[in-house]
Ligand binder design. Structure first.
Ligand code: F6P
Length: 366
């Protein structure tokens, strides 16, 4: 009898999602006796009143590993346990639709779900596994903030894009004797900033794990100016904190969104430097969602394909309540419980990359 796998992509989009989907579909089809179904817009495809799912065949996934985004769409709002519903008066409430979800899975004869998502999505995977649903997770995020895996796919692409931005800013900064502050993503983890600072040759790298002192940043900048000429490139993580430990961002406004929107710390640093009396030009560039869009680099395509193939294998072997991981040199798996136990942050004391950066003169503003 044909077995059925439901594939879900959840949370923010990320380069490599399509390569995972292709890996699952191709390996399932080659194995034979499997049907792969995509749930449109994360779990919403089975939560909305009008069910939205799509059969995925080898033909549907041909060549998609090259494309960014996800062919089955995604959302970082709601989910089976917090599904937003609009009331007659226009207000919104969140309801638990997990039982309805399970019933619909049973009606469709789904044997297992492969959930491709970050920590928030894998928390939902665990909740669904607790309801007896056969779950396999695949770790996705440009932030690289999951500790169970050496790397998440999407991260290398984001680093490449951020590095190219630093490369470009260096030439304009040096021509104008300016300071450029490049704000990059990463939420509470400084990986994108750390990697792109080293790769791009920034002079200052500010990450959430090392609170910065604007005076120390200014010292570094001043050391690079002589007779009015000089320049300095600063890469700052969106989640960076000053000595007061406060993050910069705004409360979410969209219905069902629970994440604080980080952003603005680059402008904050500019203001702080100007207040300290810095007189040269400072420009701020927020790289934003460019870091998540477009074609995945080769590394992410390979990792994502390997993750997709492994996720199918886990389903085939009925190794449920698990998440695929990369522990060099192996593509392996951990239990979902372990997968979300601790975040992956830069450890300022033990990170060899922090040491590398310091040894080539990059300041962390501390
Ligand atoms: O987690 C991935 C990420 O891109 C973060 O780096 C960033 O803070 C967040 O998502 C942005 O989310 P949104 O797409 O909701 O603005």
């Amino acid at each position: 009898m044909t077995k059925k796998i439901l594939v879900v992509t959840g949370g923010g989009d990320c380069p490599g999602l399509n390569a995972v989907i292709r890996g699952i579909v191709k390996s399932a089809q080659l194995d034979g006796g499997w049907e792969v179904i995509g749930c449109i817009e994360s779990y919403n495809g089975l939560l909305k009143d009008d069910v939205e799912i799509v059969n995925l065949t080898e033909k549907d996934v041909a060549g998609i590993h090259v494309n960014g985004g996800t062919i089955i769409k995604t959302t970082n709002k709601g989910g089976p346990f917090h599904f937003p519903i609009q009331q007659p008066d226009g207000s919104w409430i969140e309801v638990d639709r997990s039982e309805l979800f399970k019933k619909r899975l049973d009606n469709l004869g789904i044997d297992a779900i492969i959930s491709i998502g970050g920590d928030g999505s894998q928390r939902i995977s665990l909740q669904l596994a607790n309801m007896g649903i056969n779950m396999v997770g695949v770790p996705k995020t440009i932030d690289n903030d999951l500790s169970a895996t050496d790397f998440t796919f999407g991260f290398q692409t984001a680093v490449q894009i951020a590095t190219e931005a630093v490369d470009k800013l260096v030439t304009t900064a040096s021509s104008h004797s300016r300071v450029f502050i490049l704000e990059v993503m990463g939420r509470d983890a400084g990986w994108i900033a750390l990697h792109s600072s080293i790769a791009g040759g920034a002079e200052v790298c500010i990450i959430p794990e090392i609170p910065y002192d604007p005076k120390k940043v200014l010292e570094k900048i001043n050391s690079r100016y002589k007779n009015g000429h000089g320049f300095c490139n600063i890469v700052i993580s969106e989640g960076a904190k000053g000595l007061d430990g406060k993050i910069t961002g705004t409360a979410p406004t969209a219905v069902g969104d629970q994440h604080i929107k980080l952003g603005g710390v680059g402008d904050k640093l500019k203001y702080e430097l100007e207040k300290l009396g810095f007189e040269h030009d400072i420009r701020v560039m927020v790289l934003g969602h460019l870091q998540r869009g477009g074609t995945p680099v080769a590394y992410d395509r390979i990792l994502a394909t390997a993750f997709g193939v492994k996720a199918f294998e886990l389903v085939k072997e009925q190794k449920y309540r698990t998440m695929v991981v990369y522990n060099h040199p192996n593509i392996s798996y951990v239990s979902l419980d372990d997968a979300i136990k601790s975040p992956n942050n830069v450890n300022p004391e033990t990170s060899s990359l922090v040491n590398t950066a310091r040894k080539i003169g990059i300041s962390f503003g501390d």
